[in-house]
Ligand binder design. Structure first.
Ligand code: FES
Length: 125
């Protein structure tokens, strides 16, 4: 069996929503100290809906595929739903990741959560 699913390869080769969102109102950046990979998420939220999302990932193929899939999973969704996104859901949507690459999907969950926290902070101030 191939180590990586077709979906992982597809999102790695053709990542969706790559780049910077100039008018983002929620930005989150996280990293994994062990592998050194970094993920940055930009959210544009209006009326409590994720209108747009982009990411920049400096990391492995699984991290790129996970960020790409995570952006697809939350785009157009309410903030409350995006808050619930788990790394498990990201990995499942990619038809699985090898055990030693699960932490790459955790990074995607953390990056989105961090961007949502930033959004809430901005709303409060
Ligand atoms: Fe660390 Fe993939 S190897 S995020």
């Amino acid at each position: 069996m191939a180590l990586y699913s077709e979906k992982v390869m597809d999102h790695f080769r053709n990542p969706r929503n790559v780049g910077v969102l100039e008018d983002a109102n929620g930005i989150g950046e996280v990293g994994n100290a062990k592998c050194g990979d970094i993920m940055k998420m930009y959210l544009k939220i209006e009326d409590d809906i994720i209108q747009d999302v982009k990411f920049e990932t400096f990391g492995c193929g699984s991290a790129i595929a996970s960020s790409s899939m995570a952006t697809e999973l939350i785009k157009g969704k309410p903030v409350s739903e995006a808050m619930q996104l788990t790394n498990k859901a990201v990995a499942e949507a990619l038809d699985g990741l090898p055990a030693h690459k699960i932490h790459c999907s955790v990074l995607a969950e953390e990056a989105i959560r961090s961007a949502l926290e930033d959004y809430h902070k901005r709303m409060d101030s």
